[in-house]
Each structure stands twice: as structure tokens, then as C-alpha cells.
Design a protein around this ligand. Structure first.
Ligand code: ARG
Length: 458
């Protein structure tokens, strides 16, 4: 395969060197962005008089033809081309002759690849945000159905205080909504065009960088041409947002895996999103959630790969930067797949309120409410805390619960206890009375659901 850069050398690489150097296998996915960038560049070259309008028109028609033929399968991308930029330029020249060779005036593959990657990532972020929104919407729907479903809330994985299932899982919706902000921030930060930086030093031609930036949908141009071709901080920033997103999904997955275990039995995943065992006939496994948890590590790896690629690089472009694409594309594809699976997995799971209620009734999770009961009757909290702790110890020793403990036993600890203690430690009362903003009462949860749904409209 001929090289764009044959001249100083013959370009006749050893087959092994060719294969090693080639990036077409992973940069082919930027073909539409590469063609869009070339079209904007050609139009600008004509507008400022660097290229005759007729040549630009030939180039534009040629590029459009390539795009159309690719889309309807009339041609395929040559897997032996060095990279997507070489493929498009060779194909153009094959079609329109010498005008095709004029396209690369006042441009380098360095600013070209920095442009293609920014355009590709901007588009991918739109999809990532939309998938994240779908998952948030699915969580909000489940939360709506379960804003009165009582379950034990945990700290240290020990039953701690009663909450509703709706309240608990809404926590993930709010985490994910911040992930959307981080994705959008990353998109804003990469929204400046590197095109026109050329190799790194700019050019002697009177190009109009603002024109190409605007026609490609950027908010402006990168002010320094060395920076424009040398940095990949925008990949790192996106990868970083994705590691946080994956961390949230992984944590959520871990809970789903726990909840679907026989020990919890809070949730059952639909058959469509669970698997079996090849040997144990009784098994129903939460493989989708486990895979999300597992794939989180690989996205962390992508971030570290990008950072490591960057950390020792002298300015400006170095071929090491070719490593950026596989890492960031892997992070994107992995996150997209995980988000896509998660939403229907959540939407189709069966929640088991009776099992949650049973677990909630067993762990003295209303002890804080018993202490608060004494506080409301005038006792200092620390004293109330101690008395309640002693009551719990007494219950454990005599196999009782705070709901079933006779009033006489309560009163043996404090005369402030009267009959209304049973109402105070009733789990539904405990949940319903946590009316503070952001709290677990059904009305607080309703407000949270409304807030998260409104955020989806933005
Ligand atoms: N395939 C290269 C990359 O991904 C394109 C840029 C090549 N530039 C160069 N000076 N060799 O980075």
C-alpha cells in the first residue's frame, strides 16, 4: 500500500512495521468526522482563495461521494490503509485526480486527527448522556412504585435505620445525574477546534480557523497551535468522567448481586437479564450486574493508559498519541454497553417488599426512633441513646423486638415510656416521619423523584 508520506523514504516498510504502525482498525470509526473535517477545510481553502473554487467543488463532491458509497456499502474501508486519513485522501484522489492532492494544503494529520477525535468524542458524549438519562428514568420509575416499600437501610452492611426502597435506589439516580454534568463539562472543554494548527507551528497560508471551527460546530478555536495537536487532556477528562460513572454502576451492581442472593432475596431479576449454571440446576445468577462490576476495572485501566501515555511526552505530536483512541473508545463502548443493559435490567426486576419488610423487622433498625421518642419527652439524646441500647440488649437476651417488648420492660428502663412507644417504633411510622428534605418519607421521596425527572428535561 502506497504511503501518503513516501518521498524522503520510499515508504516501503517491512510488513511487520506496516502492521505495527497501522491504526485503521480503530480509527476507521472516525470516517464520518474525517470527511466532515476535510469538507470544512476544503470549503475554507476556497473561501480565502488558497484553492480555486472549482477544485474545492470537486473535492467536496468527491468526499460526499465517498461518504455515500460507504454508507450504502458500495465501498468498504481498506483494512490495509495506514489510517483513516490516508484512506480518505487516496480514495478521493483515485476518484477526482490531482484536485484530491490539493486537499492537504495547510493541514497536517496532526491537526486532522486531533480534530477527528474531538468531533467523535463530542458525538459519543451525546449518546452517553442519553443512555444515562434512560437509566435515571428507569430508576425513577422503580422509586415511584416503591416509595412506601420499607427496607432496612445499611451502614457497614449492618441493618441501621428503616428507609424505603424508592429512597435507597434514588441515591443512584442523583449520582448518575452528576455523571451527566461531568460528561457535559468534558464536552464543553473539548469544544474548541484544533484545525489549522497544522503540524504544530501553524501555517504560512492565510487560513481562516474561525470559519472551519464554526462550520464544524465548535464554540471557537484552540488559541495555541502546539497545544492543539499535542494534548489529549480531553480524552483523559472524558475517561475520568466514565470511571466515576462506572464506579456508580459498579456499586449499584454490587447491591443488586447482594439483593438477588438467597441471603437477602430483596429482588429477583427477570429471566431476560439473568443466567443459569451449567452444572447447578437451581442457579439463577446476576451475570449482567457482575459484568458491569467487572468491566469497571477495565475502564479504570483505560484512564490509566491515557494518563501514562501522556505523562512523559515532550511536545508536540508523538506517535505515542495514536494509543489514545483504543483506550478512549474502549471506555466509551464499555460504558455504553453497561448503561444500555442496566436500564432494562432495573425496569424488569421484581422487587420483593415482603422480604424487605421481614429483614427490616429483625434488626432493631427502629432503635434510633425509640431514642428520639425519649428525647421528644425531654431526655437528653445521649442518655436516651444509652437507655435504648440497654433495651436492645435486653430484647436480644430475651428474644424479643422493640415492637413486642412489654410496656413494663420499657418502663423498667425509663418512666417516660407510655403506650405510644409502639406507634413510635412502628416501621411505617419511622419511615413516614422522616420528612426532612432529602429524607426517606414518601413525601420527601416524591419531591426527589420530581427533582430528578425535571433534571432529565434539561
Ligand atoms: N494515526 C495517527 C494517530 O492516530 C494519525 C496522525 C499521524 N501523524 C503523524 N505525524 N504521523 O495519531
Amino acid at each position: 500500500m502506497e504511503k501518503l508520506w513516501a518521498g524522503r523514504t520510499t515508504g516501503a516498510n517491512a510488513a511487520l512495521a506496516d502492521a505495527f504502525n497501522r491504526s485503521i482498525a480503530f480509527d476507521a470509526r472516525m470516517v464520518e468526522e474525517d470527511i466532515a473535517g476535510s469538507m470544512a477545510h476544503a470549503a475554507m481553502l476556497a473561501a480565502v482563495g488558497i484553492l480555486p473554487q472549482e477544485s474545492a467543488d470537486n473535492i467536496l463532491a468527491g468526499l460526499e461521494g465517498i461518504l455515500n458509497d460507504l454508507k450504502c456499502g458500495l465501498i468498504t474501508i481498506d483494512p490495509l490503509a495506514e489510517d483513516i486519513h490516508s484512506f480518505v485522501e487516496f480514495e478521493l484522489t483515485r476518484r477526482i485526480g490531482d484536485d484530491g492532492k490539493k486537499l492537504h494544503t495547510a493541514r497536517s494529520r496532526n491537526d486532522q486527527v486531533a480534530l477527528d477525535l474531538r468531533l467523535t468524542l463530542k458525538k459519543e458524549i451525546v449518546e452517553l448522556v442519553s443512555l444515562t438519562k434512560s437509566l435515571i428514568a428507569a430508576i425513577a420509575d422503580v422509586a415511584e412504585q416503591h416509595k412506601e416499600t420499607v427496607m432496612p437501610g445499611y451502614t457497614h452492611l449492618q441493618r441501621a435505620q428503616p428507609v424505603t426502597f424508592g429512597h435507597w435506589i434514588l441515591a443512584y439516580a442523583f449520582m448518575l445525574s452528576r455523571d451527566i454534568s461531568r460528561l457535559n463539562n468534558a464536552q464543553d472543554n473539548m469544544n474548541l477546534s484544533p484545525l489549522g494548527a497544522c503540524a504544530f507551528a501553524g501555517t504560512t497560508y492565510p487560513i481562516d480557523r474561525g470559519m472551519t471551527a464554526q462550520s464544524l460546530g465548535f464554540a471557537g478555536t484552540l488559541p495555541n497551535s502546539v497545544d492543539a495537536v499535542a494534548d489529549r487532556d480531553f480524552c483523559v477528562e472524558l475517561a475520568s468522567a466514565l470511571t466515576m460513572l462506572m464506579t456508580h454502576l459498579s456499586r449499584f451492581s454490587e447491591e443488586i448481586i447482594l439483593w438477588t442472593s438467597w441471603e437477602f432475596r430483596f429482588v429477583e431479576l427477570s429471566d431476560a437479564f439473568s443466567t443459569g449454571s451449567s452444572i447447578m440446576p437451581q442457579k439463577k445468577n446476576s451475570d449482567m450486574a457482575e459484568l458491569v462490576r467487572g468491566k469497571t476495572g477495565r475502564v479504570f485501566g483505560d484512564l490509566i493508559a491515557l494518563l501514562t501515555t501522556m505523562k512523559g511526552l515532550p511536545l508536540a505530536y508523538n506517535k505515542d498519541l495514536q494509543e489514545d483512541k483504543e483506550a478512549i473508545f474502549d471506555a466509551i463502548d464499555t460504558a455504553k454497553m453497561c448503561l444500555a443493559v442496566f436500564a432494562p435490567m432495573i425496569a424488569t426486576m421484581t422487587v420483593k417488599p415482603e422480604n424487605m419488610r421481614k429483614a427490616a423487622a429483625e434488626g432493631f433498625i427502629n432503635a434510633t426512633d425509640a431514642a428520639d421518642y425519649l428525647v421528644k419527652k425531654g431526655m437528653p439524646f445521649r442518655t436516651a441513646y444509652k437507655i435504648t441500647g440497654q433495651l436492645v440488649a435486653h430484647c436480644i437476651a430475651t428474644r424479643q423486638t422493640l415492637e413486642t417488648l412489654p410496656l413494663a420492660d420499657y418502663q423498667a428502663q425509663s418512666p417516660l415510656f407510655t403506650d405510644d412507644i409502639y406507634e413510635a417504633v412502628n416501621l411505617d411510622t419511622c419511615v413516614k416521619s422522616r420528612i426532612s428534605e432529602g429524607g426517606t418519607s414518601p413525601e420527601s421521596v416524591t419531591a426527589q423523584i420530581q427533582q430528578i425527572r425535571e433534571s432529565l428535561l434539561k
